[in-house]
Design a protein. Structure first.
Length: 208
């Protein structure tokens, strides 16, 4: 099918799907951020308790380890949606948009495959822990399916974000819109960073 013969509605549908998944990913990233706040409070409280009160939870290392792992996993999808992952773009940004687009698509395809493998491995680990009713070897004896399940959920959301972004990008390429694909997958520009900073300022002022 020629690019100019491809109807525009599949691209609009994919774009709406991507925005919906991105909204869920943003909520998960917000929870991940508050999770890190709770992690910092737990560590601070444990340090103060040990040094000044002579008491300790005896589980801070265990809990914060799980919290850090789950927080990272739950923020992956939002980081991709915001194009905030670290990129080596010295060469690709010097290429014309028509050449950058398929390279972006190739990179996203490889990332999707890698994310899918990570999600499969995470699920296999979760399934094994559920099968043997595995518990952590610590004072709390936490069932491993709880942190592993949350961790797997975050990686699964990352896979979904990769997939919907890949679908929209492929449709944009088939529709003959390489600039649209570059906007979705290209590295963040100085203008993007400036607009994000101004948006944060506007949100802060609106809360006052």
């Amino acid at each position: 099918m020629a690019a100019d013969a491809l109807p525009a509605w599949p691209l609009r549908l994919a774009s709406g799907l991507r925005r919906g998944v991105a909204a869920v990913a943003a909520a998960m990233a917000c929870l991940a951020g508050w999770n890190y706040v709770a992690c910092a409070l737990l560590i601070t409280g444990d340090v103060i308790g040990r040094n000044f009160l002579g008491v300790s939870t005896a589980a801070t290392v265990e809990l914060t380890g799980y919290m850090l792992a789950c927080g990272i996993a739950w923020a992956l999808a939002h980081t991709l949606a915001r194009r905030a992952h670290i990129r080596v773009d010295v060469l690709v940004n010097r290429m014309p948009a028509g050449l950058r687009a398929p390279l972006h698509l190739l990179a996203l395809s490889l990332l999707t495959g890698f994310a899918g493998f990570c999600a499969w491995a995470a699920w296999m680990l979760y399934d094994e822990s559920a099968l043997f009713d595995a518990h952590d070897n610590s004072a709390l004896r936490i069932p491993l399916v709880i942190p592993q399940g949350l961790w797997t959920l975050g990686i699964g959301a990352f896979v979904v974000m990769c997939a919907v972004l890949l679908l929209e990008s492929l449709l944009a390429l088939l529709c003959g819109r390489p600039a649209e694909l570059d906007r979705l997958l290209g590295s963040r520009t100085l203008a993007d960073e400036t607009e994000e900073a101004l948006e944060a300022v506007r949100m802060a002022e609106a809360r006052r």
